[in-house]
Design a protein around this ligand. Structure first.
Ligand code: HEM
Length: 481
């Protein structure tokens, strides 16, 4: 470490690397003071708050993080790190996908052979394919769980409405990724899963035919479909996802972390990084203060001061007991503003946690890849329909719904309706509260839709056999991954 006494105030102000280093501190320190190193990393190496802040500002990777984050963000329960895990899975998919691209040609005559070759003739080919496949499945699951977490935390509310909408776009892109990738092995499983999936599109009123044609590029799935799915899978969707992810993470940074102030303060809601808390606490009646007071409200002099936090107001309206700290004359009230600095540096506190989660995610998909081989059935045969022909698991709930209702309703109106309502949710749901006890209606509707989707998916994936007949998994499993 550098002796700070030896650093001049001038150098600190400039944010330049001080031109001093203790000669006794070995090669690593010397390396950090070479011209080459300092041409890459210009910030001071000082282990001081200012040094760490400058590191954050001047490093493109660290710059993704705010310099300081609320301490609560460090807790696993804050987000279960699901958004971060989804990001890591995306990067694992990019790396493994590029390796697979070296050995794969999107042609109906060679695609299946390439997959066989990956199994036996290419170093780590099978493992990389397995990891790619399990990461893709896991990413769909993790993104859905992330959405559920964000919903229950109420983190989609002002000012994060738009980021929720971006999230919905990311979910759609993630599903598109998995679906287009499904066809590439060109075996019976992929061919028929994609046939079932693309059939859904044909039910779209008016444009069904055009859309199906655009997607599969002919009367049935063939070379043009494979080529289109490949282009979508390796170029269009990765670019779209990278772009939207950039916006998403940028917005997380700008909107501030949705950290609930929790029951310890008795308040409801969330605050962005750097928010201000006030030391007076309570609710008010005419001319008397009993509540958390916002300074700008107090400025409305001459009016009876009527300020109370949403939570207190709701609690009062429901007849709940609230903590009464005092009843005082309006004139005698002074709001003492207290900046809460319950924040910590992102580096090392948050970033080391992220490194551990990233390593854990990599270890998990590696373990899955070693333990379970990605399936490869017989080569695709348009004349031989397997029984049952199932859509990929994340669309099988829809297939189950289709087996029970009119295709137009089950295949189009229900999913389109759910997606639209979901996307516009933050604009319908104006209730500012984030705690579940104040959001009973929203939570009940969301939980019902979620439950129905999960039940349909489980039935479709595990309990359906030939002829879409009911077959319990303990008799025979027709689960396809
Ligand atoms: C490819 C898919 C996605 C990735 C990689 C991703 C990534 C992330 C990351 C890294 C964060 C910050 C930390 C965290 O909350 O875990 C985040 C937050 C957030 N995400 Fe996502 N996300 C994705 C999809 C979604 C979806 C489907 C939604 C909801 C429709 C969503 C809505 C949000 C919101 C509102 C926040 C801010 C929450 C807060 O501040 O607590 N995201 N996302």
């Amino acid at each position: 470490m550098i002796d700070q006494d030896a650093v001049s105030g001038e150098q600190l102000r400039d944010g330049l690397e001080p031109d001093v280093y203790p000669v006794h501190e070995g090669r690593w320190q010397r390396l950090k003071h070479t011209d080459a190193w300092r041409s890459m990393f210009r910030h001071p190496q000082l282990d001081t708050p200012r040094g760490r802040a400058l590191q954050g500002f001047s490093n493109v990777f660290l710059h993704v993080y705010p310099v300081k984050v609320p301490r609560r963000v460090l807790r696993l329960r804050y987000s279960w790190r699901l958004g971060f895990i989804a990001t890591v899975l995306f990067w694992i998919l990019v790396v493994t996908g590029v390796y697979l691209m070296f050995f794969y040609t999107p042609s109906v005559t060679s695609a299946y052979g390439d997959m066989q070759q990956l199994r036996t003739g290419i170093g780590f080919g099978q493992l990389v394919r397995n990891v790619h496949r399990w990461s893709a499945h896991l990413m769909v699951l993790v993104v859905v769980l992330h959405l559920v977490r964000v919903f229950f935390a109420g983190a989609y509310k002002k000012p994060r409405e738009f980021n929720w909408v971006v999230g919905i776009a990311l979910l759609a892109i993630t599903l598109g990724f998995s679906f287009t990738g499904y066809l590439l092995p060109w075996d019976q499983l992929s061919y028929w899963a994609v046939t079932v999936g693309t059939n859904l599109v044909s039910y779209v009123p008016v444009f069904g035919g055009v859309l199906t044609d655009l997607l599969i590029g002919g009367p049935q799935i063939g070379q043009s479909t494979l080529q289109r799915f490949y282009a979508l899978h390796v170029a269009v969707l990765p670019l779209a996802l990278a772009l939207m992810l950039m916006v998403h993470i940028w917005r997380v940074r700008k909107d501030g972390f949705a950290v609930r102030r929790g029951s310890d303060t008795g308040t409801v809601g969330s605050f962005a990084e750097g928010a201000t808390e006030f030391s007076v606490d309570g609710a008010t009646t005419d001319g008397a203060i009993v509540g958390g007071v916002a300074a700008d409200h107090l400025e409305s002099a001459g009016e009876p001061v009527s300020v109370m936090p949403a939570a207190t107001a709701m609690a009062l309206a429901k007849g709940d007991r609230v903590r009464l700290l005092g009843v005082v004359d309006r004139e005698s009230v002074t709001a003492e503003e207290r900046q809460t600095d319950d924040t910590v540096f992102a580096w090392p506190h948050l970033i080391t946690r992220h490194v551990v989660v990233a390593l854990g995610t990599i270890a998990t998909v590696l373990a899955l890849g070693v333990a379970f081989a990605a399936p490869l059935r017989d080569i695709a045969n348009p004349n031989l329909t397997p029984e049952p022909a199932k859509a990929p698991w994340y669309f099988v709930g829809l297939q189950e719904l289709l087996s029970r209702f009119d295709p137009l309703i089950a295949g189009i109106f229900v999913p389109a309706g759910v997606l639209t309502v979901l996307a516009l949710l933050p604009y319908f749901d104006k209730n500012p509260a984030t705690e579940s006890k104040y959001r009973k209606v929203a939570i009940s509707i969301f939980a019902t839709i979620l439950l129905v989707a999960v039940v349909l998916t489980v039935i479709g994936a595990l309990f359906r056999g030939p002829g879409w007949k009911f077959v319990p998994p303990w008799q025979h499993s027709y689960l396809e991954m």
